[in-house]
Design a protein around this ligand. Structure first.
Ligand SMILES: Nc1ncnc2c1ncn2[C@@H]1O[C@H](COP(=O)(O)OP(=O)(O)OP(=O)(O)O)[C@@H](O)[C@H]1O
Length: 272
């Protein structure tokens, strides 16, 4: 990867000029939990190479949308296509195989594995055998290749010094980096980040935003980032989508959405 990023906010000219084609097409997505409608007919197109911010107050349906895309939830209505492939009905492990990787609000790392092994786990996205099942069938050369890939990711994320450490001993900000490195080890086409800045110290947030911007810029990754931290979203994303009570209430250029009265009203007290 290229050299270090400059400090402070980064220019929008770093980003690709716009979507190169629709990668994700969501139509009429409706998810109900009993009598509660978490998503109510949501439409969303995300172009190849876009970085989209998804905002909204607590309970708006943001995580549920990610849960539907990764098949942790089965929506009652609507369709979700990635590169033309319908995701509905696929089991979660196959969705990963189609190129969707996700991080969670609270980093879910394996405490008994080293940082490097945690990242290597992410590389196993194909098939149902699981990491350890696959590990048993791997050749030494494949194992070495995965280790080298993990080491390259650790270097990108400034984690090389911790490769052999257990993740449990590390500061929270580093565990968030490990989780993204693990997601990238799967070689995703679409990366879903659920509140990546959540729990970070204020001083850690700009560098974290720069890291994600760099991944987007240098790898051309398509990313949806769910976040309450508005400065973080504005610094990263040209386009913002806002949900409220399961409905999409805004979708457009970041500043226009930020200044939309409906968004301000919905997010009052939440958007920072
Ligand atoms: N498994 C579930 N069972 C029942 N209700 C659920 C479930 N998951 C989510 N919900 C409900 O669906 C609604 C949307 O929740 P969701 O977590 O998607 O919102 P969110 O926008 O991600 O909120 P937050 O910003 O607080 O994480 C909420 O009312 C929530 O309580």
């Amino acid at each position: 990867m290229a050299g270090p990023l400059p400090e402070g906010r980064f220019p929008l000219s770093w980003f690709p000029s716009g979507p190169l084609g629709a990668l994700l097409e969501v139509r009429g997505l409706t998810m109900r939990f009993g009598g509660l409608t978490a998503l109510a007919g949501v439409d969303l197109d995300v172009g190849e190479g876009e970085l989209v911010g998804l905002i909204g107050p607590n309970g708006a349906g943001k995580s549920t949308l990610l849960d539907c895309l990764t098949r942790r939830c089965s929506p009652q209505e609507g369709s979700m296509r990635l590169g033309g492939q319908e995701l509905g009905g696929l089991p979660p492990h196959q969705v990963a195989g189609y190129g969707i990787a996700r991080t969670f609000q609270n980093a879910a790392l394996f405490p008994g594995l080293s940082v490097r092994e945690n990242v290597m786990v992410g590389a196993h996205r194909h098939g149902r055998a699981g990491f350890w099942g696959a590990a048993l069938g791997r050749t030494a050369a494949e194992e070495r290749g995965l280790g080298e890939q993990a080491d390259a990711l650790l270097e990108t994320f400034g984690l090389s010094a911790y490769a052999d450490h257990p993740p449990t001993a590390l500061p929270y900000g580093l565990t968030k980096r490990i989780e993204i490195a693990r997601a990238l080890a799967a070689g995703p086409r679409l990366l879903l980040l659920d509140e990546p800045a959540g729990g970070l110290a204020p001083g850690e947030v700009p560098a974290f935003a720069q890291l994600i911007a760099r991944l987007h810029r240098e790898r051309g990754l398509t990313i949806i980032v769910v976040e309450h931290h508005m400065e973080f979203v504005l610094a990263l994303c040209r386009r913002i989508v806002c949900l409220e009570l399961g409905h999409k209430i805004a979708d457009g250029p970041a500043q226009a959405v930020r200044n939309d009265p409906a968004v301000i009203s919905a997010c009052l007290g939440v958007v920072r």
